[in-house]
Write a protein that binds this ligand. Structure first.
Ligand code: F6P
Length: 464
């Protein structure tokens, strides 16, 4: 293989540029050209296929900066519909005309589903990214636990359900232990929780902080580092009576409570709490945007004004309980050391997988107590259920202590393996040197897009 393509698909994460750099460095060593496709799959639907040569003369272009968040080649939520054979053939033809012999998609579970039909047309591999940490398996046999249940209310006439597991859960058995992007999202969320605490303390308030993660509770779990009192995860349905009891107990004691909730938390009936403002993105993912607000309404109703008036001299429950979303700050900005370091290795491994002929493989990050972290290749087919679908990974319930509403012993072991040395000294030094630099006040922000635009080339029309 002499020329390969790379694209970044789905929601951005802070470590994408590090993955791109890892891939480019390896491609340089192997004397392979690497072409960045602009805005994920969007570029492939465009007949002109906007693209950038990332390593002319086998040297990386200076815009590739692994410490910068986002992605220099842009991303989008466009996805490849496996039923649209015509589109797929066109995409393969465009890549062929660009001289691209293999493709690296940097993405999550949605991207991996999307690239399955593409991998039947040209060699394709996935390098993982997601802040949700939901790409992977809790154990290798997990895909076999999915069954289809007839349901006329959903598109296609069936929904997927998990049967009871027959596997014992052990951290060493996880496939793709952790994904670049997750550590930085936790770093931002935990810092946010820590900061909200002192204001909740001062004003005797109850703070509900919503973190991202869709239906996976990994970010919420990791926010434990910010020392909230209560963590609610989507994998464990809400027991409101118990929650109110716990909130009152803590409030009686310390006159403030900090609750973290994952955006995908569900009620006793398994319904999304944030479903009031339910919409879907282009790839069909449900956008969950109202969990903290919904929870707040329930607490206001169940705790009532009188309770707070006892402590807060006349203030109502509405005034005492407030919500904050960590929001897209979780996904943006400089990646911390852990993410940068392993993202680069995963990008490099993806190049090797292509060159080794491992079509439809995924570069994964593995962990064991004896060997530590290491990068491997894993066949994407092993992520698929009997019907070929790849499901987002749920955080295993054993990671969470539903009684304490906090990480369990297993959850703590998981988190410490990732976060103990996750922040580099340079991360802190960078903050010290750059945040209050005088130039920030005088010079306009210079966007990477401005520089990349100058490098974009287009595929000539056939026959031109
Ligand atoms: O999948 C990553 C993620 O950040 C989720 O945690 C979140 O629900 C979603 O993307 C938000 O997407 P968007 O930025 O498109 O609103």
């Amino acid at each position: 293989m002499k020329r390969i393509g790379i694209l970044t698909a789905g929601g951005d994460t802070p470590a994408l540029n590090a993955t791109i750099q890892g891939a480019v460095v390896r491609a340089n060593q192997l004397k392979v050209e690497i072409i960045g496709l602009i805005k994920g799959f969007n570029s492939l639907f465009n007949p002109r296929v906007p693209h950038v040569h990332l390593n002319p003369l086998y040297q990386e272009i200076p815009e590739i900066d692994p410490t910068k968040g986002g992605t220099l080649i842009g991303s989008s939520r466009d996805y490849v519909d496996p039923d649209k054979t015509g589109d797929l053939n066109q995409i393969a033809d465009r890549l062929h005309r660009l001289g691209i012999e293999g493709l690296i998609c940097v993405g999550g579970d949605g991207t991996l589903n999307g690239l399955q039909p593409l991998a039947e047309r040209l060699p394709t591999v996935l390098a993982p990214k997601t802040i949700d940490n939901d790409l992977g398996l809790n154990y290798p046999s997990e895909p076999d636990e999915w069954v289809r249940v007839a349901d006329s209310t959903v598109k296609g006439g069936f929904r997927y359900k998990r049967v009871e597991s027959r596997a014992e859960y052990q951290l060493d058995q996880m496939v793709n232990y952790v994904t670049p992007g997750y550590a930085t999202a936790v770093y931002v969320s935990a810092s946010g929780v820590e900061r909200i605490r002192t204001t909740a303390e001062s004003h005797r308030r109850i703070a509900i902080i919503e973190v991202m993660g869709r239906h996976s509770g990994y970010i919420a779990l990791g926010s434990a580092y910010g020392r909230p009192d209560i963590i609610l995860v989507p994998e464990c349905s809400l027991d409101l009576e118990r929650l109110v009891e716990r909130v009152k107990h803590i409030y009686d004691l310390q006159k403030n409570v900090v609750i973290v909730c994952g955006e995908g938390i569900v009620d006793e009936q398994g319904r999304d709490l944030g479903a009031e403002s339910r919409t879907t993105d282009p790839a069909g993912n449900v956008q969950l945007t109202g969990a903290a607000e919904a929870l707040r309404s329930k607490l206001i109703q169940m705790i009532g004004d009188r309770y707070f008036q006892l402590y807060r001299r006349g203030e109502s429950a509405k005034e005492a309980i407030f919500t904050r979303k960590v929001g897209h700050t979780q996904r943006g900005g400089r990646p911390i050391l852990f993410d940068r370091f392993y993202a680069a290795q995963l990008g490099a491994r993806a190049v090797e997988l292509l060159l080794e002929g491992r079509n439809n493989a995924v570069s994964i990050l593995q962990y064991s107590t004896s060997a530590g972290f290491h990068v491997e290749g894993f066949d994407a087919n092993r992520f698929r259920d009997r019907w070929g679908k790849i499901h987002a990974r749920f955080m295993h319930p054993e990671m969470y202590d539903a009684r304490l509403m906090k990480p369990s012993r297993m959850g703590i072991a998981y988190l410490t393996s990732i976060f103990t040395d996750a922040i580099g000294e340079d991360d802190m030094e960078h903050l010290r040197q750059t945040l209050f630099a005088a130039g920030n006040l005088t010079q306009p922000y210079h966007s990477i897009n401005t520089d990349i635009n100058k490098r974009i080339r287009y595929l000539p029309e056939p026959g031109s």
